[in-house]
Each structure stands twice: as C-alpha cells, then as structure tokens.
Design a protein around this ligand. Structure first.
Ligand code: 9WN
Length: 430
C-alpha cells in the first residue's frame, strides 16, 4: 500500500480534516458535533501526525488544556463562539463554571474512553524532533498520568481494580444494546424539559430513541446536581467496560515508553498495565464465550451482550486471550473476513439493527483499534485484509460516521473527522 496508489482517498481525507479544523482542534463533524470531543481528538491526532505532527500535538494539548483539577478530561470542550443552541446538552446544562475543579473554558462533566496516551505516544513517535522542540512530552505526560489516576481511583467504584463508566455517553458506544438492562432502571427526564438537537441533522431511525435520550439526560443531570462526585450512590448507571479498561492498560504501556524517553522510571506504568490486564481478564473475560463482557457495577453481574467493545482488549500488549478474541471475531457474530467495518453488535442477535447508532453498524475507529490489535498480536495478513476492505468501503461510501457492515451503506453524518484521520493512518502506516 502506498500513498501514491491511494492519492484521491488521501486527498479527500485531508480535505475533511482541513474543513473540520478550528484554530486549535478538530470538530468531529461541522453541524452535528460542532465542539471538541475527547476520544475523537485522540483518533484525529493519530491521523494528523502524518500531515502535521505539530497540529496533531496541538489537538491533544488543547484537549488537555481543559482538564479538570481532579484529573478528569471532559468528553466535550465547548467552543464559546458556537451558538448555544447548536448542540444539546450545551454549557448551560453542564454548568462546569460552577465547579471549582473545572477550567475556565466551558466543558461537560463526564468522560470518554481513554485512548489519549496511546494517541500521544503514536503522535510523538511520528516526529520526535518536533515534539522535543515543542516540549510536547514534558507538558502532556504529567497530565496523562493525572487522567489515568482519576480513572483508576475515583472511578474504581467496586474495588475491582477496574474503572466504571457512569453514563452511556462515557463508553463512546452510547446506544449499545449492552446498556439496555442497566439503563432500564433509570427514569427518563420528561421530554418537555429539553430539546434534542441531533435530530435536526440525522434521521431518527439512525439515532437513539426519545426514551433512551431522556435517560441520558436524567443521568447527566443527577451527576451534575451531585457536584460531579463519584460513588455508586450518585451513579444510577455504572458499568465496568472492557474497552475503557483495555485502553487504560494499553495507555499505561504508552506511558511507560514516555517515562523512559523522559528519563523517568517506567516500572510503575508497567506494573499498572499488568495489574489492569490481570483484573480485566479475571473479571470481564468469559472463556466459554471467547469474549469480554461489561459488568454491571450495581448488580455485580456480567452483561452477556456481544458488542465490539468485548473484542477490543486486543489492543493490550501481551493480552493472554488474544487468539480467542480473534477466533470470535472470525465467527458468525462478527464475520471479520466479510463484514466491514467490524459490526458494533452481534450480527446474529435478534435485535441487531444495521443502521442504528451502535446497535449494529460498523465504525472506523473500532475497526482501526481491532486492526491495531491484529498487528500487535502477530496477525499481519488478517490486518492487511481488514485495512484493504476499510479503504475500499470509504472510497465507495465516503467519510461517513458509521456504515451498514453487510451492505456498506453509509449512515449518520458525513465528513466525519475520525473516519478521515484513521483512513489516512491506514493509508500511510507502512
Ligand atoms: C455524545 C462525537 C461523539 C462520539 C461518540 C458518539 C457520539 C455524542 C452524541 O458522537 O456521541 O457524546 O451526541 O451522540 O457516540 O462516540 O465521540 O463524534
């Protein structure tokens, strides 16, 4: 694969990233998501590092510029120049300005999956000289450490050594069927209390239902009204999520590399990575199913729903069950060799919906994570095959937010930033 043979795709991807750049960061999509999103910026940096390493570094630095004093990195950093009614829930809902730990810029109060340490290390490796000249690692490393500390302490709600997500939005896979049971215990906020903005841009059949949206609002409001305190008493929804914990473990490996580069002792990060990998495998892996399942922190039980998040611990170096995960991905539920992108949810499930947001369609970011994992675990030919099919798909269907994994039809918004960034990475990574 060379940049030359993929020139038109490479050019369109670059154009999407230029269109969505706003002085210091990239918005996920100009109309539907007009602010900076946390894990989107991590994926965007992974692509931008090939175009402009300095811009990729700024993408991450601007996000961490909005880090709270307690270490949390908010899932949205709001652009004060964007009209207040462009996205719901906006700054007046989250009220971060009333929280002493929050920064001056308005932000949300929840988090997203911690893909940032991995992204920061890949960004650094793309151009160490520019990174050194800009002081990238000395500035970002302590912030990444504080971020992981917040997640591994304040968000370890059960004492299992694993972090919990306390809102479906925190999982990044907001509408996953895996959240249906824990979410059913949440009483929706009345529809008259708020106005959805997402349906101005995308068909209702491709977005969460009103009832689920009401539950999202209720959970966020309760967290806000508790001053963003973390405990099982505050959080009506709390789930130990395999993807988030896997990204934390992979991130600790990245932090170990950064520490070594900075002349610090990397061993604390290696031990943290080993501890997280052990807890993840001991608590969330089901050997009979050949996948990881999320655990409901209130009920203390595994949620036996096959979603792509259960396969993504493949990003963890040295994961003891990598072969089993790949076998599950090749099986009927995910059909790694044919379906593209990797489906977000079990193709054989009765409630698989190939067009609705995280309930079936495939995303480029989760497919990229699986591709990264395949390379890490010595499966170059499966990885190359997936890469080729992802490039073919986007060449045909465009830079969409998500895709029907069987027909390849595009869904959600268009000119989506992480699709463009990760396609660039797939083109340009040797
Ligand atoms: C809520 C921005 C984000 C992604 C998430 C995706 C979607 C937001 C929404 O868009 O979530 O955070 O309004 O639906 O689910 O993964 O980060 O692209």
């Amino acid at each position: 694969m060379t940049v030359h043979t993929e020139q038109p795709l490479d050019r369109t991807a670059r154009r999407v990233l230029v269109t969505n750049w706003r002085q210091h960061a990239t918005v996920p999509a100009a109309r539907l998501y007009p602010h900076q999103w946390s894990w989107d910026s991590a994926f965007v940096a992974i692509g931008l590092r090939h175009l402009s390493p300095a811009r990729a570094q700024r993408e991450l630095e601007s996000l961490f510029g909005a880090q709270w004093r307690d270490g949390r990195v908010p899932h949205i950093v709001f652009d004060p120049h964007v009209p207040a009614d462009a996205y719901f829930p906006g700054p007046s809902f989250w009220r971060s300005n009333a929280v002493p730990e929050a920064p001056a810029v308005p932000t949300s109060g929840i988090v997203q999956p911690p893909a940032h340490a991995l992204a920061a290390w890949l960004t650094y490796c793309a151009d160490p000289a520019t990174a050194r000249a800009r002081g990238f690692l000395p500035r970002l490393y302590p912030r990444l450490v504080a971020w992981h500390r917040y997640l591994t302490t304040r968000r370890d709600l059960t004492g299992s050594g694993l972090m919990s997500v306390v809102h479906p939005w925190e999982s990044g896979m907001d509408n996953s069927p895996a959240w249906d049971v824990p979410l059913s215990r949440v009483v929706p906020a009345p529809a008259g209390e708020y106005t959805r903005r997402d349906l101005n841009h995308v068909a209702a059949a491709e977005r969460p239902t009103d009832a689920d949206y009401g539950r999202y609002v209720r959970l966020a409001r309760d967290y806000r009204d508790a001053g963003y305190a973390d405990s099982l008493g505050v959080h009506g929804f709390a789930v130990e999520d395999p993807l988030c914990n896997a990204l934390l473990a992979a991130g600790e490996h990245a932090l170990a590399s950064m520490a070594a580069e900075l002349g610090y002792d990397p061993r604390r990060h290696r031990s943290a990575a080993a501890r997280l990998t052990d807890s993840l495998t001991a608590t969330l892996y089901d050997p009979t199913a050949g996948t990881f399942f999320p655990r409901d922190a209130h009920a203390g039980t595994l949620i036996r729903s096959y979603s792509v998040g259960g396969l993504l611990p493949l990003v963890v170096p040295g994961l003891p069950v990598a072969t089993e995960l790949i076998k599950t991905a090749l099986g009927d539920r995910f059909r790694l060799r044919e379906a593209c992108p990797l489906p977000s949810y079990d193709l054989t499930a009765h409630d698989h919906d190939p067009g609705r947001y995280w309930r079936g369609p495939g995303w480029i970011n989760t497919s990229w994570l699986f591709w990264h994992g395949l390379r890490l675990h010595g499966e170059p030919s499966l990885a190359d095959d997936l890469r080729q099919r992802l490039l073919d798909l986007v060449r045909t269907a465009g830079f969409r937010e998500y895709y029907n994994p069987v027909t390849g039809a595009g869904h959600g918004t268009d000119e989506f930033s992480w699709t463009a960034a990760l396609i660039l990475d797939l083109i340009r990574t040797p």
